[in-house]
Design a protein around this ligand. Structure first.
Ligand code: ZN
Ligand code: ZN
Length: 254
């Protein structure tokens, strides 16, 4: 399984793109940025998009992606998949003909650019060539983490979350998990904001590690560009062998 980091950050900075990961060329996990990282022909290869939650830094790229697909008259719909409240938020708050056109009706309701799919929570379901389990996590809006598996190996993606248990509990008994992709947003001195907005800090991650399966590498994404170096320095003092800061534009293999 190949994971290409289109955007590794929790916001946009100069040359720093919001969170998005392309799995095996055809499935996006979050879509904070898409068209700023892929050529149109690469965009046309995408069949499924898993969206963790409705915040812009995880879905803004979906808007421009749908426009590319419309411009190139894509022959199949893009399937946008999440838990029900997230799919509903995208439908009603973004693709609502106010913020952006309703591409679930364009060019027609029978042959749309975009289709929504809601996943039952904590149940493994087929998404393209992959198996996906959506698990609600702890964020300021309804949000899911995802366990993504190809039948032999896979990874866990936290989405945006403060400390959580359900996501790690769902991993029990699952073999082949090769990485935990875990958010970290703010440095330790901003703990009050992290608590209010339901995000991780390096100190919170240090505690979270005890809940994770041992010996699985933890790949960090979603650091706010404004505090990148400070947060990275604090993360480097946790467990240098286990914690990796994901690099934008790099492809990781499981
Ligand atoms: Zn975010
Ligand atoms: Zn968020």
């Amino acid at each position: 399984m190949k994971i290409r980091v289109l955007g590794a950050y929790g916001a946009e900075g100069l040359g720093q793109r919001p969170s998005a990961f392309l799995v095996n060329e055809r499935t996006l996990v979050d879509a904070g940025t898409v068209t700023g990282a892929l050529t149109p022909s690469e965009q046309l290869e995408i069949e499924h998009v898993l969206i963790s939650h409705s915040h812009l830094d995880h879905m803004a790229g979906l808007t421009y992606l749908t426009e590319t697909l419309a411009c190139f008259s894509a022959q199949r719909p893009l399937i946008v998949t999440s838990i029900a409240p997230v799919a509903d938020a995208l439908r009603t708050a973004v693709f609502n003909n106010v913020v952006w056109p309703d591409f679930a009706q364009i060019p027609s309701a029978t042959t749309p650019i975009l289709k929504y799919r809601s996943l039952a929570e904590e149940a493994e379901q087929r998404v393209g060539d992959l198996w996906v389990t959506a698990v609600s996590v702890s964020h300021s809006v309804p949000a899911a983490g995802f366990i993504v598996h190809d039948g032999s190996r896979g990874f866990v993606y936290s989405g945006d979350t403060g400390p959580t248990q359900a996501l790690w509990t769902s991993l029990r008994g699952l073999t082949g998990v090769r990485a935990v992709i875990l958010e970290c947003a703010f440095p330790n001195r901003m703990r009050a904001l992290a608590d209010a907005a339901r995000h991780m800090t390096p100190d919170l991650i240090r505690r979270e590690l005890d809940k994770l399966p041992p010996d699985v590498p933890v790949w960090i994404f979603h650091i706010k560009p404004q505090f990148y170096q400070e947060t990275a320095d604090e993360l480097s003092r946790i467990d240098a062998g286990r914690i990796v800061l994901l690099e934008q534009d790099k492809t990781y293999s499981l």
